[in-house]
Structures are given as structure tokens and as C-alpha cells.
Design a binder for this molecule. Structure first.
Ligand code: ATP
Ligand code: MG
Length: 253
């Protein structure tokens, strides 16, 4: 068997060359990292859950006409995606004050924001992914003004879709981040949603109790991360609520 070509290994995923030009296989690892990888742990099952959940969200987005890189899931840990030129930005949408926004502006975590707020962070681990404005993005040529308009439109559509989906299962979508990438179709080029959408990249709070069901469980040592992600998957119907009980082997005759 020929070895696959590894293109990139990140903190949460490995990228392999796909079976056809312009495709990539994304392998979801069990590694959890936070605070720019200062804190790390292997959480058994996380990769499987994120692979499934990202498939679920991206399939739904594709179906309502929000373009994503997702093509199909290959197995428990891998999915086939369209190769893109990643824009070096994380696009964050916030509905409720939390995390760095709450800290930066001295707001209480949990305060509803007057409207969804879109922010850009420059993807650079050495710098700790700093907040940047459209001025920086245009001046340094990371994306054009038209790209930024498209990125904001994509991010807000993802927000509408995802917050509705979560609301339906009693979960508040506090905030999330997406990455987008450029694809070329002949004379045309456009931006599509890439990377992953999973509880690693969202803040999800139970609407009744406020219980956290996202990576903050790991960041803040609030319990078992895989249990939290399993709960999200079960509520969304992505994983069965009751795992079928394996009976003891029975002797026949
Ligand atoms: N469709 C795609 N085509 C090309 N690259 C992609 C695609 N989707 C995601 N990526 C990139 O693949 C990598 C996924 O790996 P991972 O999420 O583990 O990275 P990371 O450790 O978070 O590092 P990074 O700072 O590069 O995001 C990211 O760099 C992401 O930008
Ligand atoms: Mg990443």
C-alpha cells in the first residue's frame, strides 16, 4: 500500500492529499489544546465527535446554499473536503458577551449583545491570533474589501443557521469562529466556509441551566469534554441517545 502524503499537521487535525486534485482528506485528532497550545490533553473520542458534528453542520449549510468545503465523510475520523486557499483570518461572530470580548470591554459574561458582532483575528500562533480590523486586513493585503464583505455575509448566514439549529435543542449559540478559503472556478473565484464547525470552535450554553457544552469545559476544567460534545451530538440527533446494549455472548444449543 502506498503511503498518503501528509500536507499539514495542526493542533486538532491532519491534512492529507485527497484522491483527486483539488481535494484534501481532513483527519480529526483526539488532541485538545487551549491557550495557544499551552494546555493540551488527549480526549478519547473528541475527533470522532467533531468529524460527525462538522459533517452535520456543513451538510446543512450546503443544503441551504451556504457554500462550504465539505464533500463527504469517509470514516469515523476523516472527511473529504475541497482544497482551498485559506484566508489567514478567523472570523468570529458573537451573540452574547463571553471570553476575550467580555474581558477586553469589561462586560459580564452572559450579557446579550444588542446585535451579532463580527470580529476578525489574524491567524498567527506566535502572536496569539490578535484581533485586527478591516484597515489592517486591507493594508496588509490579507483580503480585499469585497472579500471582507463576503466573509461577513457568510459568517452571518452561518450564525442564523447555527443559532436556529441550537435554539431548537435548547442550546444558546454564544459565539463561534469560522475560517474561509478561496476556490477557483474557471474565470471566477469565491470564498467558501472551510476548516471545521464543532464545539471546539463554538461557545454553546444550555438555555435552562447555562451549563457549558463546548471547549470551555476543557479550558476551565469544568468536567469531561467528550461527555459535553456527546450531549450536543445527541440533542441534535447526530448520535443515538441510547447506545445499543451489547448483550453477553449466548451459547446457542
Ligand atoms: N479546505 C481546506 N483546504 C486547505 N486548508 C484547510 C482547509 N480546511 C482547513 N484548512 C487548514 O487546515 C488546518 C487544520 O488543522 P488544525 O485545525 O489542526 O490547525 P491548527 O493547529 O488550528 O492551526 P492553524 O493555526 O493553522 O489553524 C488549518 O491550518 C486550517 O486553516
Ligand atoms: Mg484549527
Amino acid at each position: 500500500m502506498a503511503r498518503r502524503k501528509k500536507i499539514y499537521e495542526g493542533k486538532a487535525k491532519i491534512l492529507y492529499e485527497g484522491p483527486e486534485p483539488g481535494t484534501i482528506v481532513q483527519y480529526f485528532k483526539d488532541d485538545a489544546t487551549a491557550f495557544n497550545a499551552e494546555k493540551r490533553q488527549v480526549i478519547e473520542g473528541k475527533g470522532v465527535l467533531n468529524n460527525r458534528l462538522s459533517e452535520f453542520f456543513m451538510t446543512g449549510l450546503n443544503a441551504i446554499g451556504v457554500p462550504t468545503h465539505f464533500i463527504k465523510r469517509l470514516n469515523m475520523r476523516e472527511q473529504l473536503v475541497r482544497a482551498v486557499e485559506i484566508i489567514p483570518l478567523e472570523i468570529v461572530v458573537r451573540n452574547v458577551a463571553a471570553g476575550s470580548l467580555a474581558k477586553r470591554l469589561g462586560m459580564e459574561e452572559g450579557a446579550d449583545l444588542p446585535r451579532p458582532i463580527v470580529e476578525y483575528y489574524y491567524k498567527d500562533d506566535k502572536l496569539g491570533d490578535p484581533l485586527v480590523t478591516e484597515e489592517h486586513i486591507a493594508a496588509f493585503g490579507w483580503a480585499s474589501q469585497a472579500d471582507m464583505d463576503d466573509m461577513v455575509a457568510l459568517a452571518l448566514r452561518v450564525n442564523d443557521y447555527l443559532s436556529g439549529l441550537m435554539y431548537g435543542v435548547g442550546i444558546k449559540l454564544v459565539d463561534f469562529k469560522i475560517e474561509v478559503g478561496r476556490v477557483y472556478d474557471g474565470d471566477f473565484q469565491r470564498l467558501i466556509v472551510a476548516d471545521e464547525i464543532s464545539p471546539d470552535s463554538c461557545r454553546l450554553w444550555d438555555m435552562e441551566t447555562g451549563k457549558k457544552l463546548d471547549k470551555d469545559v476543557f479550558r476551565r476544567d469544568l468536567g469531561n469534554l467528550a461527555d459535553a460534545y456527546t450531549e450536543v451530538a445527541q440533542r441534535l440527533g447526530v448520535m443515538p441517545k441510547q447506545a445499543t446494549q451489547m448483550g453477553k455472548p449466548r451459547l446457542i444449543n
